[in-house]
Design a protein around this ligand. Structure first.
Ligand code: FMN
Length: 206
């Protein structure tokens, strides 16, 4: 076994290690608006749910190297207290990737990618029409883990409303993974599909 102590490794190498270890990661495709209403859309794969009652999701916006350390997404969420998490399926993988370009805040990634903004019901940021599931969220808390480049800002948001396309629903609440075709991010530019699965029942409760 190789022993690796992060204290003795470059941040870029620790990043490589972590995105190879924590796999596959679901992708939060986060739409926001700034104080003037300008749209922003970007993918974040340090993403998960962290409470179901109430429903809370969280993702991490990293600190950038250079003069603009804070990502536009985080800037916007702190200004407005709102965001939408759009689920990424195979059909919109290319457009999602296009939205990860490091472009200035005034660039609208909906226009950049060709994705369609549609109004949300309860929050200002628009949803991505092509995404099969969208979650309207209100900011609960930002936890700033570190100010150093590569440091994380953990954003927690309460889900106010789920929008689920009928085509991915089995009954009222069950999601059909074959219809959703969600993708996950692996290390580097590699992605995983969610088509190869197996079933394992949990042990009986005592
Ligand atoms: C699939 C994928 C996952 C990503 N995950 C993250 C992430 O978890 N945290 C992060 O800070 N950046 C992540 N990025 C990079 C951001 O999308 C990128 O920095 C983007 O330009 C940020 O946009 P913004 O400045 O408009 O918020 C990811 C990129 C891709 C393609």
């Amino acid at each position: 076994m190789r022993k690796i102590d992060p204290a003795n490794a470059a941040a870029a190498d620790v990043y490589k290690l972590m995105i190879g270890i924590i796999v596959p990661r679901p992708i939060a495709f986060v739409s926001t608006v700034d104080g003037a209403g300008l749209r922003n859309l970007a993918p974040f794969s340090y993403f998960t749910g962290c409470s179901t009652n109430p429903p809370v999701v969280c993702f991490c916006a990293a600190v950038r190297e250079g003069p603009q350390p804070q990502k536009d997404t985080l800037e916007n969420i702190q200004a407005t207290g709102e965001f939408v998490v759009n689920v990424v399926s195979e059909e919109i993988a290319e457009q999602m990737n296009a939205c990860s370009a490091e472009v200035p805040p005034e660039v609208d990634e909906f226009a950049l990618s060709g994705l369609t903004p549609i109004e949300s019901d309860l929050v200002k940021p628009p949803r991505v029409a092509e995404s099969k599931i969208q979650m309207e969220c209100r900011l609960r808390q930002v936890i700033r883990v570190s100010d150093k480049p590569g440091g994380g800002n953990l954003v927690l948001g309460d889900v106010l409303r789920f929008h689920v396309q009928e085509s991915v629903l089995l009954g009222d609440y069950k999601i059909d993974p074959d219809a959703l075709r969600a993708i996950g991010r692996m290390g580097g530019p590699t992605y995983a599909r969610t088509r190869d699965r197996f079933v394992m029942e949990r042990p009986k409760q005592r």
